[in-house]
Design a binder for this molecule. Structure first.
Ligand code: ADP
Length: 248
């Protein structure tokens, strides 16, 4: 078992927009190294939850702790990102004119800036990390290609690779398989499973077939709090969940 207790604690978090509760006393615990899927109808609060964890939105009440009880509500967005929380938005954003390999080097360079990183000579450790990430993401054969020439699926994997270059302890991924072919989805499921144990990965996803294929614990959000939690089979047969999804 790779579980070492929670890496992320979201406790009683409430977020209101003009009196509307986007999150309503949300409690969410993600174990270190765990792969978790979050599902829920539109407006359930999934994006708001990620905004709170990454410091983009501050909650009205509640607490958010990371790792060894680091209070994320006292950290800036930049500090949270540099402190080990990686976030990927739905649309892939890569540097199209740079090669796949250069994109990974640029991601590692972070705040040193694009120019500095293109002219500095990568150290041994950095080259090894780039090679590892290329293999992990299945992009070793594309290392020298401009990122703009990659397929949609490959761009998504590259962007996940760019996050991995920062060595995050927690990854938040928003609908990573949207627009992917069935085969790309299978490879993405394998990629996520191979990250298990070394990175906690939280996947917000609409594609139920993909969630089922991952076959890990699922959290169902509804009206800003947790409606159900468990494996996909259990959650799917929960009368509360059936009602919410039939009502969509
Ligand atoms: P999901 O990602 O699950 O679709 P969201 O977190 O985006 O849900 O939204 C939850 C609810 O909060 C929605 O009803 C949405 O309209 C509302 N909401 C989100 N962000 C804002 C905002 N900045 N201002 C006003 N309402 C918002």
């Amino acid at each position: 078992d790779t579980r070492h207790g929670p890496v992320l604690y979201v406790e009683d978090v409430t977020v209101s927009f003009d009196g509307f509760r986007a999150l309503d006393a949300l409690n969410l615990y993600i174990d270190d190294g765990e792969l978790r899927c979050i599902i829920g109808p539109n407006g359930a609060g999934k994006t708001t939850m990620m905004d709170v964890v990454t410091g983009k939105t501050r909650p009205d009440t509640g607490s958010v702790y990371f790792g060894s009880r680091i209070d994320l509500l006292k950290r800036s967005e930049t500090e949270i990102a540099q402190g080990g929380v990686g976030r990927k938005f739905q649309k892939p954003t890569v540097f199209p004119r740079h090669t796949t390999e250069e994109n990974l080097q640029l991601a590692r360079a972070g705040d040193k800036g694009v120019w500095a990183s293109l002219f500095h000579r990568p150290e041994e450790a950095e080259r090894a990390r780039v090679a590892d990430v290329l293999t992990l993401t299945g992009l070793a054969g594309e290392a020298g290609r401009p990122a703009g020439a990659l397929s949609h699926g490959q761009k998504q994997w590259l962007e996940i690779g760019m996050l991995l270059m920062q060595n995050p302890r927690l990854l938040l991924l928003d609908e990573p398989v949207a627009g992917m072919t069935g085969q790309e989805m299978e490879r993405t499921a394998e990629l996520f499973q191979s990250l298990e144990g070394s990175h906690a990965v939280v996947v917000v996803e609409h594609d139920m077939e993909f969630v089922r294929s991952i076959a890990r614990e699922v959290t169902v959000l509804h009206q800003g709090s947790v409606l159900a939690e468990g494996d996909m089979a259990t959650v799917q047969n929960d009368p509360k969940v059936v009602e919410v999804y039939l009502g969509e």
